[in-house]
Design a binder for this molecule. Structure first.
Ligand code: DQA
Length: 141
């Protein structure tokens, strides 16, 4: 099984950025440990601060992998282009957030990409990623 984990802008700074919201652990370190917990899954990890690069990555992996775990960061709230890319490919995608976006500023309550995803998993800290991986594995069963 192939799962692609795609992270958008500023997620490379998790561990340093606003630790009261996103925690003290780096995302790279967390994902490294996560990958090791699933030896049967072939993971592809990608992060970019650029919208077009995220779209290129969705197009690159989206016809080939079994699922996409996507934390599009702030692009979640306004990128119709990322939503269109998700609709264009065949792999199911899960929208993921570290923080509970519904409990934050009102502009974070809006998701342009949620309707292009099978579900949204948010507010569990970094464990949101593990929950999304399990969701995709259970979908395949
Ligand atoms: C985030 C929530 C977004 O609103 C924010 O712009 C991020 C991170 C999260 O994981 O909680 O960059 O996607």
């Amino acid at each position: 099984m192939k799962i692609s984990i795609i992270n958008g802008p500023n997620l490379n700074l998790v561990g340093v950025r606003e630790p009261e919201i996103y925690g003290h652990q780096s995302l790279a370190q967390y994902l490294d440990a996560l990958v090791k917990k699933y030896p049967g899954v072939d993971f592809d990890l990608f992060q970019s601060n650029h919208e077009g690069a995220i779209i290129d990555e969705i197009q690159r992996v989206g016809f080939d992998c079994d699922g996409i775990v996507l934390n599009a960061g702030a692009y979640t709230h306004y990128s119709i282009a990322i939503a269109d890319a998700l609709r264009a490919v065949t792999a199911p995608a899960i929208e993921v957030h570290i923080s509970d976006v519904q409990a934050r500023e009102s502009y974070r309550h809006v998701s342009m990409i949620k309707d292009a995803c099978v579900t949204v998993i948010a507010g569990y800290g970094l464990d949101s990623y593990r929950r999304a991986v399990d969701y995709l594995i259970n979908m395949k069963r």
